[in-house]
Design a protein around this ligand. Sequence first.
Ligand code: GAF
Length: 382
Amino acid sequence: MNTTLVNQIKQEFLDKFNEEPLMVFSPGRINIIGEHTDYNDGFVFPAAVNKGIIAAINKTQNSTSSVSASDFKDTISFSIDSIAPMVKESWGNYVLGVIAEIQKLGKTIENFNMVFGGDIPSGSGMSSSAALENSVVFGLNELFNLGLSKTEMIFISQKAEHNYVGVNCGIMDQYASMFGIKNHALLLDCRSIEAKPFEINFENYELMLINTNVKHSLSDSAYNDRRSVCESISKMLNIKALRDANEADLEKVKNKVTDEDYQKALFVIQENERAEQASAAMQNGDLEMLGKLIYGSHHGLQYQYKVSCDELDFLVESAKKNNNILGARMMGGGFGGCTINLIAKNAVEDFKTSVAPAYKKAFDKDCSIYTVELSDGTYLIK
Ligand code: GAF
């Protein structure tokens, strides 16, 4: 967590409202493997990171609430008694959506003030949206003694995203951001919402992120499209979710769906298997196998699920040419954001100096490269 940012956000709140706020840290996440499996009731392997959203929050006696996004220098004001969505793509919908979902549960909240800021690189696919939602629900739960469990809170955050933001996301991001464990990744079963923590210590290897610094605009609509393809194929197969199918089951509907959609469902089934195999590889300390699975995931995301883009593919291809990188793949929803790379620690600097100019030359754009520390999930900053 970035203490300079904590002090800055707290100071902004004090300057604006002249009273001490509650301070909340809600982290972003990475995902080692298991992409687009969460809304198919499958397995994912995320971890919370030390970058996230810092929120300062307190009650107010005023008849309106005020929420300021420090990074955008923007404030929204609203009355807690008349919550409605804003125009599409307003950051306010992440906040208002959470309030609306809390109210749907019959819980009473009063007006409040909030200032928040973050250090998750924007568009990086590290889930600043889940971090923001979780910071709001967590802060309101504390302020108004709502008695919500962490599990209830993540479903509130997820529904806010469905109903106010318009992205029919799964539960991975909200889960990882809320339940993260320092130095651990979580093998999460998205059906039972139970996770097995794995300590991440790759000895001579580490996880490195490369941000393409692009976010292609079709990402939200393509995401919802992918989800509905999975749901309609599950329906045809008479199962709850693709998690319940294997490749042989899928053969039964092969003639009834387009080849494109068949490939997408096949990807989900295979990716779910890869996530489970990755946990076995990690248990056995078999990093070569883990790396292969990670490359396999990217291949499927690129050619079967079709959610990658040229910039991501370029970075994964560059990684493949380097013997010190065991695996690389796009991370998150796709169409931009980061690749995650399993790289030998002593090769990081060399790779950085070769990949950065090559990327610049190919796309006339800089990429950003960072390693991350794995953090605890959403908490009150004391
Ligand atoms: C986005 C979504 F929010 C997640 O729920 C998940 O589906 C991910 O894309 C793809 O694995 O981050």
